[in-house]
Design a protein around this ligand. Sequence first.
Ligand code: FEO
Length: 395
Amino acid sequence: MKPVEIVKGVYNVGVIDWNIRDFHGYSTEIGTTYNAYLIVDEQVVLIDTVKKEFADQLLANIAEIVDPKKIDIVISNHTEMDHSGGLPRVMHYIGESKPLYCSKMGHKNLAQHFGQIFNYQAVENGQELSIGSRTLAFLETRMLHWPDSMFTYSKSEQILFSSDAFGQHYAGYEMFDDAVGDAIMPHAKKYFANILLLYSPKILKLVEQVAEMGLEIKVICPDHGIIWRKDPGKIINAYVEWSKQEPAKKAIIIYDTMWKSTKLMAEAIADGIAETGVAVKPIHIRSSHRSEIMTEVLDARAIVVGSPTLNNGLFPSVSDVLTYMKGLRPKNKIGASFGSYGWSGESVKLINAELEAMKFDMIDSGLKIQYVPDKEGLSDCRAYGRKIGEAVAGQ
Ligand code: FEO
C-alpha cells in the first residue's frame, strides 16, 4: 500500500496484512491493516509502527515522503505488538536516541518488551507537544484496551489518532469511510464486540469526558481499517449505543452436537422462540467462529446454550465459547441451557454455572433429554423456546 495523504502534511504510512486469518483468536477473514501516521511539520513525527515483519515496508512507505532518518519524534499510543513490534527496527534505523513519547504505562510496558534501550518520554494526561505549526495533545485512555493505551490529538486539524479504538479488521485499498460506506459497520461492530465490549463503561465515561472538554473531532485515524473523515460522529454514536448494551428483541442459540440430538433440540427451541415473534438464530459452534458468535451476542437479549455431555463434562467447543464470552462480560442478558445426554447428563448444570457467573438472568434450570428427543421431547423443546421468547418479548 502506498502512503496516502489524509490532510496536508499528515499521511497514513501503514501496511495491509492481506493474509492474516486469525488475529489472536479473532477471525480476520479479509485480513487487516496496521495503520501508522506520519506528520511532516517543523518536526517530523511518526505515530505508532506496525507488526515486526512489516517494519521494512513501513520504512519504505515513509521514504516515499521523507527520509525516515529525518523523523524527530516517535509516539507510541499502544504497546501491543501489532503496533509496536516494528519499533526496534524503526528506532534502530532512525537513531535510538530520538525521543519516544508514550504514556507512563506505555513506558513501563514498552520497557518490559524491549528493555530500557530507548529515549522514553512518558507523558501526563493532557500534556501538549508543539511540533511547529501544530500542537499535539495526549489523552490517556487506560484500559481502552490496554493499561498503556492513549490517544494523540492534533489540535490544529482536530484529528484524533485513536489507536485501536474505532478500528476494524478490514483490509482494502479504500482508506476512508466515504469510500466504503455502511459496508464498514459490520466490521466495526465485530471489532467492538470482540475487543472492546468489556470496557463499555469506560467508553461511555470517555465519550462524556471528551464532550466536557469540548474536543472537536473532524477526523478519526484508528490503527486498523478505514479512517473516519466524512462522518466521525457515526462511529462515536455507534460506540455509545453498543456500550449501553441495550439488547434487541433477539435470541441466539449457541450449541454443539455429537449425534445431532442437541441439534434437533436447538432447532425445535428456535421454532418455539420464533412462534413468539422474537428474532432467533441457531448457531452451530463448529460452523461459526467464536468471534462471529460474539458479534451476535452483542445485541441479543437471550443467550441459549446447548451442549451434549461428553466424559461427564461440556463439549470442548462449548467451553471454548463460554470462556471467551465470559471474558468479554456481556450485560443485560437472559440465559437458558439445554442438551442431550446418555447416562450422567452434567452439561446443562455446567452451562448454568457459566451463565450464572456472567450474571445472566436464568430462565430456569434448563432442559435435558436422554439420547434422542422423541415427538414429546421436541414438543418440550418448542415449549421451552416459547418460554424464552415470551421472556424476551416482555423485557
Ligand atoms: Fe491493534 Fe491492541 O492492538
